[in-house]
Design a protein around this ligand. Structure first.
Ligand code: TUI
Length: 312
């Protein structure tokens, strides 16, 4: 069976973790992914601590397998959220958009494993020194906020730069992506976009349909001054392009973007909402149960390993 050191480290069956997508990664999705043998993640996003606590309790009622919480370090509730995950003793946290260094000792005291998401070698080296358990190297093929380096180039550089387990993210859809990531030195993969189209994912059906309909060139980077977000092209991205064409300032970008992810995820506004998606959207062509997604990837990965073995 296809297994890696990540499985032992996290107590999971398969080396697949689900992205901690704000608004998207609810308790239902996280529990389904964990129940299927991966690591499900609740995306805390900007949600208040009490909401996140309820989500943790809900996930616990749906699975007795380990799951995690993603903490978005731009949230106004970071300190309270750390208290929640410590009190609830979640197995793992992944972190984004910030440095969890000052919370490591508090988290370690209750045995919580910490996996920050990073998008550059410099950031990977800096966070590796804080005592984290591993890193998630996120290439710019991913959805949402992106760095500048592709998964193919980023993962081996981070693997070489740190003495920690590295999980590859960005551009991974199937068994081919999983084996490619392992070949680059990763111990597992994190996948977001494909899990948006999991049956158990609670996003509005319009969001799933938009991903299913997307073709290879249908994502675009929007943003300003090195801060870019990958989303599906729509009327909102046209409005962002207009801002960019007249060199609008940060305030105008922020005003136009405010609340748009929620509009897409909850209300199903895929016209003026922010439909964050990775470049693999074009490969997603149906809604499937999380268990089927995971088992398909593992079966494909095992077939590829057998084929590759014959090359020797
Ligand atoms: O965070 C992401 N991707 C995201 S966040 C997002 S939008 C959102 N909207 C509402 C609520 C919450 C989120 C869409 N996509 N990726 C993880 C990531 N983090 N990539 C890079 C980083 C990062 C960046 C800077 C990590 C650390 C860092 O700085 C560390 C330091 O030292 O300050």
């Amino acid at each position: 069976m296809l297994t890696t050191e990540l499985c032992t480290l996290l107590g999971i069956k398969y080396p697949i973790i689900q992205g901690g997508m704000a608004w998207v990664a609810t308790a239902q999705l996280a529990a389904a992914v964990s129940e299927a043998g991966g690591l499900g993640i609740i995306g805390a996003g900007n949600a208040p601590p009490q909401v996140v606590r309820e989500e943790i309790k809900k996930a616990r009622s749906l699975t007795d397998k380990p799951f995690g919480v993603n903490i978005y370090y731009m949230s106004p509730y970071v300190e309270e959220l750390i208290d929640v995950v410590v009190e609830e003793k979640v197995a793992v946290i992944t972190t984004g958009a910030g440095n969890p260094g000052k919370h490591i000792s508090k988290l370690k005291e209750v045995g919580i494993k910490v996996f920050p998401v990073v998008s550059s070698v410099a950031l990977a080296k800096r966070l590796a020194r804080t005592g984290v358990d591993g890193l998630i190297a996120e290439g710019m093929e991913c959805g949402g906020h992106v760095g500048e380096i592709t998964t193919m180039a980023l993962v081996p550089q981070i693997v070489d730069a740190v003495d920690l387990p590295v999980i590859a993210a960005g551009g991974i859809y199937d068994g081919r992506g999983l084996i490619a990531a392992l070949s680059l030195g990763a111990v597992g993969v994190q996948m977001g976009t494909r899990f948006i189209c999991a049956e158990e994912c609670t996003v509005h059906p319009n969001y799933k349909a938009a991903i299913i309909e997307a073709k290879d060139r249908d994502t675009v980077l929007t943003g300003y001054n090195g801060h870019y977000v990958r989303v599906l092209k729509n009327k909102l991205t046209k409005a962002f392009e207009e801002l960019a064409s007249r060199n609008a300032g940060k305030e105008e970008f922020e005003k136009l973007g405010a609340g748009r992810l929620r509009d897409a995820v909850i209300d199903g506004d895929v016209v003026m909402g922010s439909v964050m998606s990775g470049q693999i959207a074009a490969m997603v062509n149906k809604v499937q149960p999380s268990k089927e997604i995971i088992e398909e990837i593992i079966a494909e990965g095992e077939e590829i390993l057998k084929k590759l073995q014959k090359l020797l």
